[in-house]
Design a protein around this ligand. Structure first.
Ligand code: AMP
Length: 321
């Protein structure tokens, strides 16, 4: 399905690995995809009018007759959720279940905590708040509309008239998004790199005093993390896979405090946009693992190719937790 991740990461990776590629492309994205006629000529584009027409998307996927594996990403989860996913006739890379953790913040952070990973505290009751908190709203996308409250009174004041979904301890530090790949075919977990998001005025040159920070995502930048943190991040990914059995790409979203201590506040059980920062050449971490240019889209394609050629497709399309 057309998205930033598929255009710049998943599709180039699949083509590099010699796979045949079908992409459902929304009309609104056609102008952008048309900027790359060389890429369009090598794929099977299937045009769809509106992203919100989930039935049309389902029909388009189900009409493809070849044996294929669907690679999910952020837009895919956004436009095909719940019941729609169950109606797809082709298997999904990494299964369906893990994608459903995106809709429920409590369940999402609960799974991280169940794996023994340090997470910020969650407050079900606003009156129980005894520290600075970040407040996430219903249906908010890309951090839009979140606010920070320094204490309980501030929370009641700022929350007036807002549909609050989730109140979480605010961790002061640097946000670091860690990207992993869990490979059933090679029986290993790969730490493939890190990025951080650039979030509008939360990361602006200067936050003026009358402004609330806004976490609306506007871009991503790659990071090489402090040496002592690398093993910790690696173990975090391992613990998470041990707990969940997750297959394929995933991202643990963290804040690293001044101690430094890592707090994981969310995960995505799929490729995320931040991995496009090192496509197509790779980074220091992928280079040591692969000794060739490797990035998330290509890594996914390599696993699919290996699973196909060794007749182990079921291993990569299995539902995790
Ligand atoms: P999310 O929508 O949960 O991915 O959060 C959007 C952004 O809000 C993150 O990229 C962080 O910059 C910030 N954020 C989320 N949760 C926390 C937290 N518990 N403490 C501090 N900052 C957070």
């Amino acid at each position: 399905m057309s998205s930033h991740s598929s255009l710049y990461n998943i599709v180039p990776g699949a083509l590099e690995e010699g796979l045949e590629v079908f992409v459902v492309i929304f009309d609104r994205d056609w102008a952008l995809w048309s900027q790359y006629p060389g890429l369009l000529a090598r794929i099977h584009p299937i045009r769809i009018r509106r992203p919100k027409d989930s039935m049309a998307i389902l029909r388009a996927f189900n009409a493809i007759e070849q044996e294929l594996v669907i690679v999910p990403h952020g837009s895919f989860v956004r436009y095909l959720s719940g019941e729609s996913l169950a109606l797809l006739k082709h298997p999904i890379f990494g299964g369906v279940k893990i994608l459903q953790y995106e809709a429920d913040r409590n369940k999402n952070v609960g799974l991280l905590a169940a794996a023994g990973i340090t997470t910020p505290r969650i407050f079900d009751n606003p009156d129980a708040v005894d520290c600075p908190v970040i407040v996430k709203l219903h249906g908010a996308e890309g951090g839009k509309g979140y606010f920070i409250a320094v204490n309980r009174d501030d929370l009641w004041e700022k929350g007036k008239g807002k549909q609050i979904d989730f109140i979480q301890e605010y961790i002061s530090g640097v946000s670091i998004y860690a990207h992993y790949f869990s490979s059933p075919i090679r029986d290993r977990i790969e730490l493939l790199g890190f990025d951080r998001r650039l979030e509008s005025n939360a990361n602006s040159q200067y936050l003026v005093s009358f402004e609330e920070p806004s976490f609306t995502v506007v871009g991503n930048i790659p990071i090489v993390v402090r040496e002592s943190l690398v093993p910790e991040y690696y173990q975090m990914g391992q613990k998470f896979v041990e707990q969940t059995g997750l297959v394929g790409p995933f991202c643990i979203e963290t804040i690293c405090s001044s101690e430094p201590k890592i707090y994981a506040f969310e995960f995505s059980g799929r490729i995320v946009a931040g991995t496009s920062v090192w496509a197509p050449s790779g980074n220091a971490y992928t280079h040591l693992l692969w000794n060739e240019p490797m990035y998330m889209g290509k890594r996914i394609a390599r696993e699919i190719k290996d699973a196909f050629t060794t007749n182990q497709l079921a291993k990569i399309t299995v539902d995790s937790p």
